[in-house]
Design a protein around this ligand. Structure first.
Ligand code: IMP
Ligand code: MG
Length: 183
């Protein structure tokens, strides 16, 4: 894939499949403990969180329901394109539910802040966030991450659901991209 004379190729792994598996189990244990006896509704943020959600929900030891929302904040690029766009709302009512947002990565924080605002309109009992990755140094909007997988440096990553131009989502690990200048 080319962008302004730069071609991006798959780079070295940042997190192995085993690293991710171990951490997902730990997150699931914490969530299962905290949500025992509550009315847990997982909201998976498509598309990037789909693989994380699939592994996380199967590791939970408490009853839960799931729904899906979709927002678009990035096109086929590594740079943000402005305000997040909302392309799919939740199908079920959130009123009175204990909502746990499941996200792939928190970067500037704009997407999740906007999503939290929108969901609050439906008066859920609680809203918390479980994000696999946190690019903490990029934050522009402060947002609490109640369950965080890994804090990572400011590098663009792909794999385990995360894409670059819709590619690489299928990788079982998380890798960086390597820029290569082309004529
Ligand atoms: P934010 O609104 O800047 O926090 O952006 C969050 C969204 O941008 C994530 O849900 C991802 O879809 C996308 N994103 C941010 N950083 C990366 C990355 O390194 N790789 C792939 N997608 C990313
Ligand atoms: Mg996302």
């Amino acid at each position: 894939m080319r962008e302004n004379g730069v071609e991006y190729r798959l780079g070295p792994a940042l997190l192995s499949a085993a690293d991710i598996r171990t951490r997902v189990r730990e997150l699931a244990r914490a969530i299962s403990r905290d949500y025992a006896g509550r009315d847990l509704l997982l909201i998976c943020v498509l598309k990037g969180a789909a693989i994380f959600w699939a592994d996380l929900c199967r590791a939970l030891r408490v009853p839960c329901q799931s729904d899906f929302v979709a927002m678009e904040s990035y096109g086929d690029s590594t740079a943000p394109l402005g305000q997040p766009r909302f392309t799919k709302a939740a199908d079920v009512s959130l009123a009175g539910r204990d909502v746990l947002l499941v996200e792939d990565i928190i970067d500037t924080g704009h997407t999740i802040a906007r999503l939290r605002d929108l969901l609050q309109i439906q008066a859920p009992r609680s809203v918390a966030l479980c994000a696999l990755l946190d690019k903490a140094e990029r934050r522009e909007v402060p947002t609490p991450i109640e369950y965080c997988g890994f804090v990572i440096p400011n590098v663009f990553v792909v794999g385990y659901g995360l894409d670059y131009g819709q590619q690489y989502r299928h990788l079982p690990h998380i890798a960086t991209l390597r820029p290569r200048h082309v004529a």
